[in-house]
Design a protein around this ligand. Structure first.
Ligand code: SF4
Length: 305
């Protein structure tokens, strides 16, 4: 039998939980609204096709866009699209039931890419790259058929950072996952409204909202091992050096081509003295050199001469 104290304590817990959920909700909607505004992702009259895998990220994306649509300064339409790839055990009823309950337009596209991938990729080899390529092609076609002007994907901040490091470690490129881009076929604009959102906030939101999550391992394929390792590396860094992820993410938005080495991005060959001091010039870069020269000394150096 519960005591008055128990009841008071559980009341307090419920109050605290509601407070936390409210804070999380505000943060998520603010971050998504900010990303949409910063990159002009959604314009008046757009029809946004939200790609739903049934995982926590795409669920959160749709949920937040439904809410933002009600208070956005511009009118836009939403259509949720799920590709049923005919993986064994795929619970085909889950998304239609949920989407109906949310009162959102939706389309389920049935294409047996699972069999194609199984037929073409030898046993034991990674199937994800062919599977994603097929899925992309189908989603672009569906977007055209539905008259969608934007294709929204549920990638978040941590996906973007992981991709950046994967490209650097294994692809030899400084290249990330853009918040907005033209699709490979040149016909669509793809947007990532969760670009500023950390993954743990999406996980917390999915739990709070009790989305009917469809597991992502139905195909039986191994998760991308390299991505997993990079994700673990980033989490470890963040644990040891809190704020590092935020700094790295900020760096992705603050690129200084004159201080990298891409000759196509900056005209190093034709560089000439300008005769004008640049206070921002080398400051940040000389600071950490071996001799430990304080940055102020470096900046003042031309004036001291
Ligand atoms: S995990 Fe399975 S469904 Fe997902 S991309 Fe890889 S092969 Fe396709």
């Amino acid at each position: 039998m519960s005591t008055v104290l128990d009841e008071r304590q559980s009341g307090k817990t419920a109050e605290k939980l509601a407070f936390e959920a409210n804070k999380l909700s505000k943060r998520l909607h603010r971050l998504v609204g900010q990303a949409i505004a910063d990159f002009n992702m959604i314009e008046p009259g757009d029809k946004v096709m939200v790609c739903m895998s049934g995982g926590k990220d795409s669920h959160a994306l749709l949920d937040i866009l439904i809410n933002l649509k009600q208070r956005a300064p511009v009118h836009f339409d939403l259509v949720a699209v799920n590709l049923d790839q005919k993986q064994p055990g795929f619970p085909a009823h889950v998304l239609p039931e949920y989407l109906k309950s949310r009162g959102v337009d939706f389309h389920i596209e049935e294409q047996d890419t699972y069999s194609i991938v199984k037929r073409l990729i030898p046993e034991g080899k990674t199937t994800c790259s062919l599977c994603s390529r097929l899925r992309r092609g189908i989603l672009y076609r569906v977007a055209g058929e539905l008259g969608a002007t934007k294709i929204a994907l549920g990638h978040h901040r941590d996906d973007m950072l992981q991709t950046f490091f994967l490209n650097m470690f294994f692809g030899g490129k400084l290249k990330g996952m853009p918040p907005k881009l033209v699709s490979d076929d040149g016909k669509h604009i793809v947007i990532r409204p969760l670009a500023y959102v950390p993954e743990h906030d999406l996980a917390a939101w999915a739990e709070h909202r009790q989305f009917p999550i469809i597991p992502c391992d139905l195909c039986g394929s191994q998760e991308n091992l390299q991505r997993k390792q990079v994700g673990a590396m980033l989490r470890e860094w963040q644990k040891k050096h809190p704020g590092r992820i935020e700094n790295m993410f900020s760096a992705l938005q603050t690129v200084v081509p004159s201080h990298l080495m891409d000759r196509n991005l900056y005209p190093f060959a034709g560089l000439q003295p300008t005769g004008v001091a640049d206070a921002g010039g080398d400051k940040a870069f000389d600071e950490d050199e071996d001799c430990g020269t304080p940055s102020t000394a470096v900046v003042q150096w031309p004036a001291d001469r």
